[in-house]
Every structure is written in structure tokens, then in C-alpha cells.
Design a binder for this molecule. Structure first.
Ligand code: PMP
Length: 298
């Protein structure tokens, strides 16, 4: 596997970042997870927008222009050569000294890893997943806007550990006021009476690329969708529920805090949205000609 580190491609085992990198020392950095479906980089433009918006908020100057960053991602994907991939892009503040001061970090580090991903075994997609609500809250929007996709995931990791200790794989995270925000690395949706609902970014949800895609698919299907503030009551009494994310895609949820959701199996609107999303995945993105360029770069 070839990994891009600061302008150079190298085998994964040779890829190195300084121990003085503030991404490592302080979580000072941002990232994106991107999927490649059949040689098409899904919604690369939207991921680039989110990455550069996150950088803008952190006063982090990415040392590549958006077209150069896109080109570096395309080349990493091309070198990996697989039709289906998961790409991780990380931009950290770079190496500085042991103090917080970001001005002492001379150049942000850029890492691009192209690999594969399987977040959940296939049977969860057919049978659905169980969630529990955990005590660890989503970072409040007034402390750190959830639209910044930063390297600070401790709340989410603690939430994931709580879920695992409760014997399930995923957690529902609430915000400081008790409204549903999202899961640990996925957005959450529910269906009631033929309408779709998902927590607003103001409630603490990341503006997921998959979330946006699902909202678009819903619109195309004529399914009314509302972003807002919802409590666990809304989840418990929903007809259907599912999570969305680049890694997990759309995964049905059938039990939350011991309550069976709807009929206790993946619902029909979830299935319709999954189908629509699958069509979108193969249509929407930047196509990489893996076979044409693979040989040249090998
Ligand atoms: N919420 C969080 C906290 C995430 O980290 C992610 C991405 N893994 C998502 C939601 C889903 O976003 P996307 O659909 O862009 O992957």
C-alpha cells in the first residue's frame, strides 16, 4: 500500500509523522473519510469543501490548493488500484514544540491513506443494529462547532466504549440539553408516518456527506424530510431508524435502549433510501481511470 505524506508516496510501513506534530500532541488537525465506488470518488467536491471549511475555522492553512489536494487524492487512489476504497485524508498543524502555540508549527502535515473498510458485518445490514444512549455527551456547539471535522474524538470514543460495555456496537449521543445529536461516527435518521427526520447540525450533528446524500435521495423520492431537535422519545416511537456515514453507508437500527423500533426489522423506507443511495454512489463523483494510469505509475 502506498501512503501520501507531505508530497511523497511511500509504502505504509515507511510512512512517518513527527512526535512533535500537534495533531499527535494535541489533536490539532482535521480529517475526511472518503469512499471510492467502482473507480468513482464519491462526492470528492463536498469532502473538499468540508475539509477546507474546517481548516478555515482552525486558521489552518492547508499547504495544497483544493485542486492540488484533489489531484493528490486521485493519485493515491490510482496507486492503490482497487475499484472500491476508503480514503483517509488528514491535515494536522504539523511539527512544533511542546507548547500549544500553533504559530510555532511551520508547515501543516498532509497524509492520504487509500485502503478498504468494513465497519459492520453484513448481517447488521439485513437484520439491523442495536444502539444504547450513553452518558458521554456530544461536544456542545457553543464549545466546538460539530461542522468542524477535527481530530478531537474523545467524547465519541468514550461513547463508543460505553456502548461496547453495554454489549452493543454503537451509541446514541445526546447534546448538553438532552437532544439527540448523532452516533459516534455516523448521523442518525428516523422515519415516522412516512416522514424522515434527522437532528440538525445546531443540535450537534456533523454535516455528513452521506446525510446530505440521503436528504437528496429523500427529496427525489418525494419523502418529506425535517432537520430539527429531537429527543429519545422520538427515536423510541419511530417506525424506522438508521445511521449514515461514509464508512457504514446506511445501516438500519432496530433496537434502542431496549425498545424495539417499529417492527423490529429494517423498514421499507430505509430500504428505498439505501437503494437510491447506492445508485447515487455509482453516479456522483470524480471518476478515476484506474486501469489506464495504474501501469504508468506502478
Ligand atoms: N458524525 C461523525 C461524528 C462522523 O465522524 C462522521 C464521519 N465518520 C459522520 C457523522 C458521518 O459523516 P459522513 O457521512 O460525511 O461520513
Amino acid at each position: 500500500m502506498q501512503v501520501y505524506v507531505d508530497g511523497q508516496f511511500m509504502p505504509a510501513e515507511d510512512a512517518r509523522i513527527s512526535v512533535f506534530d500537534h495533531g499527535f500532541l494535541y489533536g490539532d488537525g482535521i480529517f475526511e473519510g472518503i469512499r471510492v465506488y467502482d473507480g468513482t470518488i464519491f462526492r470528492l467536491h463536498q469532502h473538499m469543501q468540508r475539509l477546507y471549511n474546517s481548516a478555515q475555522c482552525l486558521l489552518l492553512t492547508i499547504p495544497l490548493s483544493p485542486p492540488d489536494m484533489s489531484a493528490a487524492i486521485v493519485e493515491t487512489v490510482t496507486r492503490r488500484g482497487l475499484p472500491n476504497q476508503y480514503v483517509r485524508v488528514v491535515v494536522s498543524r504539523g511539527a512544533g514544540d511542546l507548547g500549544l502555540d500553533p504559530r510555532l508549527c511551520r508547515r501543516p502535515s498532509v497524509v492520504i491513506i487509500a485502503d478498504t473498510i468494513t465497519l459492520y458485518p453484513a448481517h447488521f445490514y439485513t437484520n439491523g443494529l442495536e444502539l444504547v444512549t450513553v452518558a458521554t455527551r456530544r461536544t456542545p456547539t457553543w464549545a466546538l462547532d460539530p461542522r468542524i471535522k477535527s481530530l478531537n474524538y474523545l467524547n465519541n470514543i468514550l461513547a463508543k466504549l460505553e456502548a461496547q460495555q453495554a454489549g452493543v456496537l454503537e451509541a446514541v449521543m445526546l447534546n448538553g440539553e438532552g437532544y439527540v445529536a448523532e452516533c459516534t461516527a455516523d448521523n442518525i435518521f428516523f422515519v415516522r408516518h412516512g416522514q424522515l427526520y434527522t437532528p440538525s447540525t445546531a443540535a450537534g450533528a456533523l454535516q455528513g456527506v452521506t446525510r446530505d446524500s440521503v436528504l437528496e435521495v429523500a427529496q427525489a423520492l418525494g419523502l418529506p424530510a425535517t432537520e430539527g431537535f429531537f429527543t429519545r422519545y422520538d427515536l423510541y416511537t419511530a417506525d424506522e431508524c438508521f445511521m449514515t456515514g461514509t464508512g457504514a453507508e446506511i445501516i438500519p437500527v432496530v433496537r434502542i435502549d431496549g425498545r424495539t423500533i417499529g417492527a423490529g426489522c429494517p423498514g421499507p423506507l430505509t430500504a428505498q433510501l439505501r437503494q437510491g443511495f447506492e445508485t447515487l454512489c455509482h453516479r456522483d463523483g470524480v471518476h478515476v481511470s484506474l486501469h489506464a494510469t495504474c501501469g504508468a505509475l506502478a
